[in-house]
Design a protein around this ligand. Structure first.
Ligand SMILES: [Zn+2]
Length: 470
């Protein structure tokens, strides 16, 4: 049994983290989150890598026709015997799916010919029912997944042209971002820009910010392979960028940089209930990022450095400037430079609109003069490195749009530009073992992506087995 679990976990990892995990119901005794211990906790099977993995995953889909029954639906996707009986029992008794209607669909997902999951989508439902199998005829888990939790992976190959932005714009915008595949309305355009900005930000300002200088290192002929996660809204055909699962940057002149994913427990600052988080590493297990970003604004220009004494532009007398000012256009996004908890989020005298974030190891950062705050955050919110926390403004004692950024360690001001910062979340022991296990499989995915057309947009719509309307 154990060898099968390991095999299954290798298979899961084989999909380049095609599966996403949810936090275990009952946390372990303070330790490392283990994949094998929580196999039954798998929450989502995202299916956009089906074409890449066509030889390992097979999805059989059927729709309810006039006079159709649940039984007929199950049979037509190859579900028989005890699996059939168990599915009927769970759908009707446990999940409350008591009657089927024309247009409802069922998907039976087979991995190497073994049934792993059954999904039922009521035609007008806002989500789907899901039953998980572990390789036997006994289901291990079942639940309803609301549509706002839909996730999908997309594999994208970008040929670098003149700029990263252009490469992304040409290679990564999903054809189904708009119903027609083209920009037809201003709203579509806004969505597309948001998608591209999100992807670019994650790639250039977050994953590779320490490894690649996007002004000088990048040139035509380079290529980027990205496994990215999207949120889909099946009813409206909307797609939005969520995050990058894995990425690899190949330089035309030789050499490469990779961002290899690993899912683990958040640090101790995170409030209870914070989901499993995703971090990225080099192939030796070293963290891809340090504890803090270089800059809290994209491509920011330092308008006033940290100093112990300077002439204050508004007050007109010499006063220490225990922070760094970044000039940037009004409304530019401001990022949390590291993971942490928001402790201040209010107007605060000369700072104007201010956000403070408490980090691990006794650090705290402050962000002043904001024009506004990011939505859906409050005091106590846990933010990840690179999350938007507000927007450039000129509130408080300020002569023009800029960010006043400051950092404290154990309560004393430090210069963010010279502070030596520890690496973030290094991988240890068990985590490192699991990480190493997934490496070769991820590489296999990448090598297959390398053989795909560029830009690799043909993933969508090539799943001939599926008649899903998702
Ligand atoms: Zn300042």
């Amino acid at each position: 049994m154990r060898s099968r679990i390991i095999l299954i976990s290798i298979f899961l990892l084989a999909m380049g983290a095609t599966f996403l995990f949810r936090k275990p119901h009952s946390p372990d005794t303070g330790g490392v989150w283990s994949l094998t211990d929580h196999l039954s906790e798998l929450e989502y099977l995202t299916d956009s890598l089906n074409s890449i993995l066509a030889d390992t995953i097979n999805i059989r889909t059927a729709s309810v026709e006039e006079g159709g029954t649940l039984g007929a639906l199950l049979y037509s996707t190859g579900i028989e015997g005890n699996r059939y009986l168990n599915c009927c029992r769970i759908f009707i008794d446990s999940l409350g799916w008591t009657s089927v209607h024309v247009g409802d669909t069922l998907e039976a997902i087979y991995a190497r010919d073994t049934l792993t999951e059954v999904r039922a989508r009521p035609r007008n439902g806002r989500g789907y029912y899901c039953i998980k199998f572990d390789g036997t005829s006994e289901p291990v888990d079942w639940y309803w997944i609301p549509e706002e939790q839909y996730r999908r992976l997309r594999a994208v190959t970008l040929a670098v042209r003149s700029s990263v932005w252009e490469s992304i714009a040409c290679g990564a915008v999903p054809p189904d971002l708009t119903p027609s595949g083209y920009i037809v309305t201003p709203r579509d355009s806004v969505r597309e820009v948001a998608y591209i900005k999100g992807l670019e930000n994650e790639l250039a300002n977050r994953l590779f910010v320490y490894d690649i200088d996007f002004y000088y290192d990048v040139q035509p002929g380079d290529s980027v392979w990205v496994l990215l996660e999207e949120t889909r809204y099946p009813g409206s055909s909307e797609t939005s960028f969520r995050r990058i699962i894995a990425a690899k940057y190949d330089f035309a002149l030789g050499g490469m940089t990779e961002a290899i994913p690993f899912f683990h427990q958040p640090d101790s600052l995170a409030p209870d209930g914070t989901a499993i988080i995703l971090d990225h590493y080099h192939r030796d297990g070293a963290s891809l990022r340090t504890m803090f970003l270089k800059m809290p604004v994209p491509f920011g220009r330092i308008s006033s450095p940290y100093s112990d004494s300077r002439m204050h532009p508004v007050l007109g007398y010499t006063r220490a400037h225990r922070g760094i000012d970044y000039a940037a256009p009004m409304g530019t996004e401001i990022y949390a430079v590291g993971d942490g908890v928001i402790t201040v989020r209010s107007f605060s005298g000369g700072y104007g609109n201010l956000v403070r974030v408490r980090h691990a190891n006794g650090y705290e950062t402050g962000y002043g003069h904001m024009s506004g705050y990011a939505q859906h955050q409050e005091i106590g919110s846990y933010v990840r490195q690179g999350d938007v926390i507000g927007y450039i403004g000129s509130t408080g004692l300020s002569t023009g749009p800029h960010l006043h950024f400051e950092m404290k360690k154990n309560g004393s001001y430090v210069n963010p530009a010279t502070e030596i910062l520890p690496p973030a979340n290094p991988l240890l022991e068990n985590d490192l073992d699991y990480f190493m296990l997934q490496l070769p499989v991820l590489e296999r995915t990448w090598s297959r992506m390398a053989g795909m057309d560029i830009p690799a947009l043909r993933i969508e719509g090539t799943d001939s087995n599926s008649t899903s309307t998702e």
